[in-house]
Design a protein around this ligand. Sequence first.
Ligand code: ADE
Ligand code: ZN
Length: 338
Amino acid sequence: SAHHQFLHDMPKCEHHLHIEGSLSPTLLSSLAAKNSISLPDSSVDPSFASPTALEQRYENFTSLDDFLHYYFIGMSVLLHASDFESLAYEYFTRAHADGVHHAEIFFDPQAHTSRGVSYGVVVEGLVAAQKKAEKNFGISSKLILCFLRHLPASHAGETYTEAEALGHFSDGTVVGIGLDSSEVGFPPEIFREVYDAAGKTTLRRTAHAGEEGDHTYISRALDLCNTERIDHGIRLVDNEELLKRVASEKILVTMCPLSNVRLRCVTKVADLPVRKFLDEGVRFSINSDDPAYFGGYILDNYCAVQEAFKLSLVDWRFIAVAAIEGSWCDEERKKTLL
Ligand code: ADE
Ligand code: ZN
C-alpha cells in the first residue's frame, strides 16, 4: 500500500489493539512448538499446515465469528509470562516503527484463565513488555481489561473481582474495562453489573458496539453501561440523533478500517464514515484492532484512510488532537504528545 511520510511522522496513539490479535503466524507456530501445543490437524483444517497457509486463510474471513475461531485457537499457544512478554514486545517494536507514542492495549483474561493460565501470569508478562517498551522506545501504555461477551456475566464478575483483589485497578496497572467477542445477541447491558462497579471507581469504560451490531448497541453501551468511548461505532451513521450526541459529548470512537473490511462490516475503506464523522465533529482515532490477522498495523490503517479519502492537513490535525485528548493517560503525558 502507498506510504505517506507525514502519516508516519505524526505522533500516534493507539486505542484499539487486542494484544492477542498481534500474534503473528510465525510467533504462533514457534510458541506452539516450544510449548508443545497441538493445533488443529491440517487434515481437518488445511490452514494450519504452515504459517503461510494461515496468512492466506486470514485474507478470507467471512464474519467476526469466523475470525474469532482462529483468534481463540491462536492464543492457545500462550502459556507463560515470557510468552505474553514476547507477544507484547513484538507489538511495541512494530508500533514504535509506525510512530506510535502512546498505546492502550486490550487483553482478554478470560480466554486464558478458561484454559488454565492464571490472570496474574498474563499481566506479569504484559507489564514486563510495557516497562521495556517505555525504556527502549519511550512508548507510554495502559492496559484495558476486556470481558468476553459470549461468556456469562457471572464469569465477567469473577474476573473483575480477581483483578481488583490483585490491586490492578487501584495501582493503575489496568486503566479501564472493555467488552469484546461476538456482538450480535450479546448486548452491552448483560454486563451492566461490572460497568456499574467500575463506575464507582477511577476505572475508565469502553465497549465494542456498532461493529456487526446495529446502532442500538451503541446507545445501550452509552446509556446502560455508561461507557466513555465506543469501539468501532461505525453503525452510528444509521442514527443521526445519536451521531450528533456522540459529537457533542466528545465521545471518542475507535475506528479500525482494515478490520472492518476484512470482517466484511464494509466492502471497502471508502465506505467507512470518515468524511461524515469529520463533517459532524465526531471525534475518532484510527487503529489496527488485530493487526496480525487483518493485514496491517496502525500506519497501514492511516494510509488506507488517506488513500480512500484524501484528507487535508486540517482533517488530520483534528484526528491527531482527538486521539490525544481522548487518551486515558494523565494530563502531563498528554501535553508531551500534543
Ligand atoms: N476481539 C478481537 N477483535 C475483536 C473485534 N474486532 N470485535 C470483537 N471482538 C474482538
Ligand atoms: Zn476490537
